[in-house]
Design a protein. Sequence first.
Length: 166
Amino acid sequence: MSNPDQSWTIRAEAPADAPAIEALNNDVFGPERFARSAYRLREGLAPLAELGLVAVENGILRGSVRFWPIRVGGMPALLLGPLAVHGDQRGRGIGVGLMQQGIEQARKDWDAILLVGDEPYYGKVGFTKMPEGRLQFPGPVDPARLLGLSLKDGALEKLSGAVTRA
Ligand SMILES: CC(C)(COP(=O)(O)OP(=O)(O)OC[C@H]1O[C@@H](n2cnc3c(N)ncnc32)[C@H](O)[C@@H]1OP(=O)(O)O)[C@@H](O)C(=O)NCCC(=O)NCCS
């Protein structure tokens, strides 16, 4: 992970971080983010408090990652996102650092993670494209951007069917 000066650190998200995280996600994704297909899986549900992480530096929020519970063909799984890093803080390893720590924490209780995003980026922490047609997402999604990661051997291969709210 590129954090040569160890200047930013990652810690668990606390309730008091919520306003700064909302502002970050609003800056990065805009208010139209709520219309995205992935948000249909989040509607009316809170992110998993025990998995939310923030990157901070001198008390300032640099980045955030959250995880939502979902179901895939009735089986529990995680949805990663939003992942966001402030525009002037990118390329410092914060995004990958947040994901790596989030994935390690999730490994204890969860079998697989899905997300909608760019494979060249998420591939850095092991996400791969889901086979086309295996999952039915609740809304339009570019199949090349539907990615998954097994947290237990073979877990991803067992996932198929409708992706729904937990
Ligand atoms: C994507 C994002 C989280 C990356 O955060 P970051 O802290 O800059 O990421 P890191 O420093 O850990 O990694 C940077 C590396 O990833 C690469 N990268 C960043 N976004 C990429 C993308 N969409 N596709 C491919 N590579 C990407 C950078 O070029 C850089 O590569 P390098 O290490 O070879 O120089 C950040 O750019 C961001 O918030 N973007 C807008 C929101 C977004 O797209 N979120 C993800 C979708 S949910």
